[in-house]
Design a protein around this ligand. Structure first.
Ligand code: PLV
Length: 322
């Protein structure tokens, strides 16, 4: 078995985003992962630890954790079943099947699909691969920070890390990675879209909140409840987390601008993070005193995602920009 399934992704400086952010912007290009997103880091690590003698894996997913599970299972010679909600576009179902997974559609949102995946794990004795709520996932995701630290070189230190939050697994992993890199005091800007904002809602309420529904088009951010660890981190002094929201329109505009400027197509879940730069949030946070001025370089986790192609982009434009 290989040491790991993910690749060391490029760290690219973006001149146009640097201009908008008012500080150097470094893009950690997780869209380049073999499964299309950062998820392979954690999922690969978890499967290596838990699934080597398994009868097969079952993963509940908005799409991208499933893509990672399907890829890793194929490499490990295991079967993969991915349970997705009906909000998952057909293009993702097709990509999952191409990756060799059996796909089951269950329920309207990820939480419904998760209940079905847990049931299958039990009845079929499969290894359950959660998409965001597991310490092994966080341990695996932490490698994204270690790689960025190595690429930036000794003595370098980001001013902030920018990422998206769905169920909070990436956030937990990045906090882990920042600690390992000796960067525990680097603030994290945690982005969600309005309508997929379970982390922001929990922070506002002071307790875990279960959203009534996922109304955002960023379906891969669509967990109704953020994982407990992410919420606890927001309360503890272990990390500085700035939780912010963008609209679907802003996330989509960011996807389009990123395509035009960087020539890379990412899904809405990733657009949510990019929108912090394209919508001018960074200088606004500085003006509010929530980020320092001047700000050291901004490390952006370009989480990627398979839930996008030209047809999907056009359909999102018609839905959100008409
Ligand atoms: N997507 C999960 C959860 O969906 C999934 O099953 O694929 N960026 C992209 C492209 C993602 O796919 C996800 C999560 C995130 C960001 C957020 O990561 P998280 O869930 O670890 O906060 C419901």
């Amino acid at each position: 078995m290989p040491e790991h399934f993910h690749v060391n992704t490029p760290l690219l400086e973006s001149v146009s985003m640097s201009k908008m952010a008012g500080t150097a912007v470094y893009l950690k290009m997780e869209n380049c992962q073999p499964s299309g997103s950062f998820k392979i880091r954690g999922v690969g690590h978890l499967c290596q630890q838990l699934a080597s003698r398994s009868r097969g894996v079952v993963c509940s997913s908005g799409g991208n954790a499933g893509m990672a599970a399907a890829y890793v299972a194929r490499k490990m010679g295991l079967s993969a079943t991915v349970v997705v909600p009906s909000s998952t576009p057909p293009l993702v179902v097709r990509r999952l099947q191409e990756q060799g997974a059996a796909v089951k559609v269950a329920g309207k949102v990820w939480d419904d699909a998760n209940a079905e995946a847990l049931r299958l794990a039990e009845t079929e004795q499969l290894t359950f691969v959660p998409p965001f709520d597991h310490p092994l996932l966080w341990e695996g995701h932490a490698s994204v920070v270690a790689e960025a630290a190595a690429a930036l070189g000794p003595g370098a230190r980001p001013g902030a890390v920018l990422l998206s939050v769905g169920g909070g697994g990436l956030l937990c992993g990045v906090v882990h990675g920042l600690k390992d890199a000796g960067w525990a005091d680097v603030p994290i800007i945690a982005m969600e879209t309005v309508g997929a904002d379970c982390f922001n809602a929990a922070i506002k309420a002071g307790e875990l909140v279960t959203l009534d529904d996922i109304t955002s088009e960023a379906k891969c951010l669509g967990a109704k409840t953020v994982c407990r660890r992410a919420f606890e981190l927001s309360l503890s002094g272990e990390a500085t987390i700035i939780s912010e929201l963008v609209t679907d329109q802003e996330a989509l505009r960011a996807v389009q601008m990123f395509l035009d400027e960087e020539r890379v197509l990412v899904e809405m879940a990733c657009g949510a993070a990019l929108a912090a730069v394209y919508s001018g949030l960074i200088p606004r946070l500085q003006a509010q005193g929530r980020l320092p001025t001047p700000l050291r370089p901004l490390l952006v986790i370009v989480c990627g995602g398979s839930s996008i192609n030209m047809e999907q982009l056009i359909s999102l434009q018609q839905k959100l920009q008409s």
